[in-house]
Ligand binder design. Structure first.
Ligand code: ADP
Ligand code: ADP
Length: 228
């Protein structure tokens, strides 16, 4: 059962750069999918369509059978959580707790329900003891965890991450993959962009390879070793 279906998606930036050129791909419920490709291949541009930050110009994006458009943007953001590559692009609030509460407050949660949602998300990423801290003072890996908690607190079905382990040390990378695997075992669909072939091959159920804005291939990690 596909939860994301992208059909012939093309995207031009204002300066005329064609970042996506007729991309078609599907993502099945409950799977771990790696979007693989070199820098500049269009990974981020694709991910930004999946939660409505980029508006579809040409082609279609379907999420949970609904065609994505500006009119269902709020619904989309409750279903698809996007974790940016750089947590500083995502973390704004005074304290860790407030930051994680931002999304659920926007969804209308208040009181004990809100408390519980935020506490659970912070506990999941093992940042509960930092809830009163100012995010600015945290390490990069800790900020990354807070950004993920902010997405988890919205309880999305699908979690999309741009270069999730970039700039993390090996222990931080292992911990983050463990976290993603744990979320996947709970039934979440996980989509991660990476330029790291080894990580994609070891981690993903499905690999989608982008090159110059086009989908070169998609399939099981075996397609990385079968070719060449
Ligand atoms: P990746 O995530 O794989 O590195 P991107 O989606 O960031 O790829 O970029 C795809 C292409 O779009 C590249 O040629 C990049 O230079 C270009 N691009 C990305 N962002 C912008 C922007 N804001 N304005 C113009 N061109 C952009
Ligand atoms: P880099 O070349 O950027 O250091 P690596 O491919 O060497 O990236 O992986 C970095 C770390 O991520 C390694 O310690 C590896 O064990 C860990 N890692 C990669 N994939 C997984 C996975 N599926 N589950 C747990 N840890 C993983």
């Amino acid at each position: 059962e596909p939860v994301i279906e992208v059909t012939e998606l093309s995207f031009l930036y204002k300066d005329g750069t064609r970042a996506l050129d007729k991309c078609s791909l599907t993502i099945e419920r409950g799977t771990k999918v790696a979007i693989l490709g070199p820098n500049g291949s269009g990974k981020s541009t694709l991910l930004l369509h999946l939660n409505g930050i980029h508006v579809v110009q040409q082609g279609t994006v379907k999420v949970l059978e609904e065609t994505v458009s500006p009119s269902n943007e709020q619904w989309l953001r409750s279903k698809v959580g996007l974790v940016f590559q750089d947590p500083d692009d995502q973390i704004f609030s005074g304290t860790v707790w407030e930051d994680v509460a931002f999304g659920p407050v926007n969804q209308g949660l208040r009181g004990e329900e809100l408390e519980a949602r935020v506490r659970q998300a912070l506990r999941f990423v093992k940042m509960e003891q930092y809830s009163r801290k100012v995010p600015y003072h945290l390490s990069y890996g800790q900020k990354k965890r807070v950004a993920i908690a902010g997405v988890l607190a919205m309880n999305p079905d699908i979690i999309v991450l741009d270069e999730p382990v970039a700039f993390l040390d090996p222990a931080g990378k292992r911990a983050l993959f463990e976290l993603l695997d744990q979320l996947n075992r709970q039934g979440k669909t996980i989509v991660a962009a990476t330029h790291n072939v080894d990580i994609a091959a070891r981690w993903a159920h499905k690999i989608i390879i982008l090159s110059e804005g086009r989908v070169l291939a998609q399939g099981t990690p075996a397609l990385l070793t079968d070719k060449t």
